[in-house]
Design a protein around this ligand. Structure first.
Ligand code: NAP
Length: 345
């Protein structure tokens, strides 16, 4: 590994690659060296030509055997994250693995153990967590911007009308909670800087048992409560709101997966020199602040953060303990929905 340039390999030809390819190719310290397709050499070669990638491999194993690949970007279906992250670690590759990192906390433990054993870095590509908006808001909330957080609500929905999509396949880790709900749950845990102590979930199931819609509630030891809704059966929507003892925060694009858009965070706080209203009439005493993020590319921030961590310049933005906490919460929510009971963590 040259200290100035990290050489990347793409493990699959997934659609999400299209967000990462330009930022790896344009990265000052990154080089996109190879792509592998599990569907054979022809598909890999066509893809490599289309995206100007120098090396094409017709199997994931072949890419992992390339000694010049330093980091793999693992964009396989959710159920294949754990097995291929472990294979990549065994081949001595650092791994930027798509979200959700795995489907059980036990899988995360096996992935973390393999990464440690082979001295490689494993980090979850949950791009929202690398976005300046999320990182700044985490700091503001932790320093009391809205007092004690009482409630966080978030939803993430779209209409999934691609038959055969990996998101509808139970064997591949499908379901709206894994695809979409994983974002609000990660966001809420990040804002509270804590793990839930109890969760309850309800799902609307589709064919094969994947959830098409999921509603969840999480309780934290501080007394904070959070609620989220994810769905493949609704108009595209994404928002989040935090209600605190002294203010509120509203995000119009909390999970910031669109490149080049402007996102806004509106913070309202009780004016410190005014007494609070008795019957919810204190809104006239709120002072407003709007934070605006223009043209931030969270995928670029994610790639740069991965490079800096591989080069041991910075700690990972998303630690494995953090990713494990998310997967444990999601796993507990699924168990709760299956057994129709609250689940303690
Ligand atoms: N961070 C984000 O913004 C974001 C956005 C979307 C998705 N994601 C995540 O990225 C991952 C991929 O999602 P995607 O929508 O991009 O996937 P996709 O377009 O459906 O591609 C998945 C790829 O995995 C490979 N694959 C291997 N086994 C497969 C199987 N049994 N069935 C289908 N494909 C198989 C295929 O590539 P080859 O045949 O070439 O090997 C396929 O192209 C998921 O984990 C998802 O959660 C993240």
């Amino acid at each position: 590994m040259s200290p100035k340039s990290i050489r990347w390999g793409l493990l699959s030809t997934a659609r999400i690659n299209e967000r990462l390819i330009p930022v790896i190719q344009d990265g000052a310290r990154s080089e996109l060296l190879a792509v592998a397709s599990g569907s054979g050499q022809d598909k890999a070669a066509r893809y490599a030509t289309q995206w100007h990638i120098p090396r094409a491999y017709g199997s994931y194993e072949a890419l992992l055997a390339d000694p010049e690949v330093d980091v793999v970007y693992l964009s396989l279906p959710n159920a294949l994250h754990a097995p291929w992250a472990i294979r990549a670690a065994e081949a001595g590759k650092h791994i930027l693995c798509e979200k959700p990192l795995a489907l059980t906390a036990t899988e995360v433990d096996h992935m973390a153990a393999a990464a440690q054993r082979h001295g490689v870095l494993l980090q979850e590509a949950v791009m929202m967590r690398y976005h300046q908006q999320t990182i700044e808001l985490q700091q503001r909330v932790a320093s009391g911007a809205i007092g004690e957080v009482r409630l966080i609500r978030g939803l993430f929905t779209f209409t999934l009308d691609r038959p055969g999509d990996i998101r509808l396949n139970p064997a591949l880790g499908g379901g709206s909670i894994w695809d979409l709900g994983s974002y609000p749950v990660s966001f809420m845990r990040a804002m509270l800087g804590a793990e839930p102590v109890e969760v309850q979930g309800w799902q609307t199931s589709g064919e094969g048992g994947v959830d098409l819609s999921f509603a969840g509630q999480l309780r934290f030891a501080s007394g904070a409560q959070t609620q989220f809704f994810s769905s493949f059966q609704a108009v595209p929507q994404a928002n989040a709101e935090l209600i605190g003892s002294t203010g509120t925060i509203h995000l119009d694009l909390p999970y910031v997966n669109q490149v080049g858009v402007t996102s806004k965070v509106r913070i309202s706080r009780l004016q410190s020199n005014r007494s609070s209203g008795t019957f919810g009439d204190a809104s006239s005493q709120l002072e407003e602040e709007t934070l605006t993020y223009e043209n931030v590319n969270a995928y670029q921030a994610e790639v740069e953060a991965m490079v800096a961590s591989v080069l041991k310049e910075t700690e990972p933005v998303v630690s494995l303990a953090d990713s494990r906490g998310n997967i444990a919460a999601l796993e507990a929510l699924c168990l709760s929905a299956r057994e129709n009971r609250p689940v303690r963590l």
